[in-house]
Design a protein around this ligand. Sequence first.
Ligand code: PHE
Length: 343
Amino acid sequence: MSQELFDKANEKLSEIEKYAVNNAEELEKFRIAFLGSKNTIKPLFGQIRHVDADRKKEYGQLVNKLKQTAEAKFTQLQGQLAQSAAADIEVPDLTRPVNADRIGSRHPLSIIEGKIIDIFSRIGFSLSEGPQIEDDWHNFTALNFPPNHPARDMQDTFFLDKELALRTHTSSVQIRHMENNEPPIRVISPGRVFRNETISARAHCQFHQVEGLYVDEGVSFADLKQTLYYFAREMFEKDTEIQFRPSYFPFTEISAEMDISCLVCKKEGCPVCKHTGWVEILGCGMVDPNVLENCNIDSEKYTGFAFGMGIERITMLKYRINDLRLYFENDVRFLEQFSHIIP
Ligand code: PHE
């Protein structure tokens, strides 16, 4: 009887020693067979009572060895599997060129604002910025708005209290700049402005303007025209034409609106120019002497011109955008279309 048990144990030992696995499932089978709670070594321990007394010790050592061998084998097989899994991972080709990182795009309004600043900086205009929350003096009174001018109305202006409002135009920056600087003055002032408008494709309660101001001795309307002509050709196309129409602003005298020849139809007539051949892009004029005096600038000695344009409008013309709301919705499908433009 004893020898039979020894043979059985030795058989199991060589089975364990020869065991090989190819994958995790087979390893699990090994674990269940030799190390699990119902493993096949366990019953051999119980059989010790059938072993002859003089060989009991030897048998005990053999089944203990069986158990240890199974444990060691398991660790070994586990290691082998891990190694072959690592070897299966493909070594990347390190000589391949890298994929470029996806970079974001500049907002179209920022691109155009940058272009406008660049164009005017080339002829000596520097930047001057002011606050978006303005007082009545800088937004209206110093700009010669009569007390009952409709622009002061609640319907057009977001008032914060009696004195303060969100600025309705960047002309307020003219005043701040003239109060703090002596002529010659040559500045542009880009920034966000606010008006109490119902939001639609053609109107928004917030938009951006660039104000321009030039004050010195002997500044004339001819200077204004030539400066804006230069701007139109730099901003749009070299053959862009301009025309001025008389207009009215409280802070300029004389006042005008400037049109450019329609970029889309070249004056043939199309929906963009409403079949007139011309598209309005800005308001301008000679700074009213009252405004100069309000800022303690001698209007006998100095004259100046000013202009103001909407950045959204210029951007619409430049990139053929037909809905103002797109600028503020941050839809990546819209924004991504400008990623190729490197300002
Ligand atoms: N501030 C005017 C507007 O918002 C534009 C303008 C600026 C007109 C400077 C003349 C001179 O419409």
